[in-house]
Design a binder for this molecule. Structure first.
Ligand code: TYD
Length: 201
């Protein structure tokens, strides 16, 4: 399907994903590449309901999983696949590895979640997993002033972190230690993109 470059940034809450997605996008743009940045849950109808549910009381597990899958199906069809087919760089803040981690932490089998997703969701060229211990990540959420909602409880985050780390041997995955400054982390991500042969120069 793809002439484009598909990069996904993952990690538990508080690892700095959104900042790094923006930095990486600037880097590609500065080198003349056309970049599409997006995130999951999306701002579409399914994603909106998921975000609302984080504040108003979480959906029942099977329904929550179904909503994430519906949200992603729409995201792939309407944004990801067309952008890749047009040769663009697509950079995502979360993708189905978050479903493996978070809905996996909620009791579903991560391998089964993966199979369900890979039936329709393209593999990324590069998966960058920002890794930080839960204490440090939690501290950052606190300093940012976010309320610790149901998604962000410590024990769950530890399970999520372990599921992310279990992807370390995937050929397209890189674990990026993230206990460093924003600039240093941006440099680490660029280095990983270069090593994967995906750099814009
Ligand atoms: P997040 O990226 O943290 O959004 P925001 O910065 O607006 O809070 O995503 C919201 C939550 O959704 C996050 O705690 C992880 C969770 N999530 C899942 O449980 N499963 C998924 O498949 C995805 C994409 C996210």
């Amino acid at each position: 399907m793809s002439n484009g470059t598909f990069i996904v940034i993952e990690g538990i809450d508080g690892t700095g994903k959104s900042t790094q997605v923006a930095r990486l996008a600037e880097w590609f743009t500065a080198h003349g590449r056309e970049v599409v940045v997006s995130r999951e849950p999306t701002d579409g109808p399914w994603g909106k309901q998921l975000r609302e549910s984080a504040a108003s009381g979480r959906l029942e597990p099977a329904q929550e999983l179904e909503y994430f899958l519906n949200d992603r199906r729409q995201h792939v069809a309407e944004l990801i696949a067309p952008a890749l087919a047009a040769g663009k760089v697509v950079i995502l803040d979360r993708y189905y590895f978050s479903t493996m981690a978070y809905q996996g932490a909620r009791g579903f089998d991560p391998a089964e979640i993966r199979r369900l997703n890979e039936a329709f969701a393209p593999l990324p060229d590069l998966l960058l997993i920002l890794d930080l211990d839960v204490e440090a990540a939690h501290g950052r959420i606190g300093t940012r002033g976010d309320t610790a909602n149901a998604f962000e409880q410590r024990e769950t985050l530890e399970r999520c972190r372990q599921i992310f780390l279990s992807l370390k041997d995937e050929p397209f995955a890189r674990i990026i230690p993230s206990n460093c400054s924003i600039a240093e982390l941006a440099a680490r991500l660029q280095q990983a993109v270069r090593q994967a042969g995906l750099a814009p120069v």
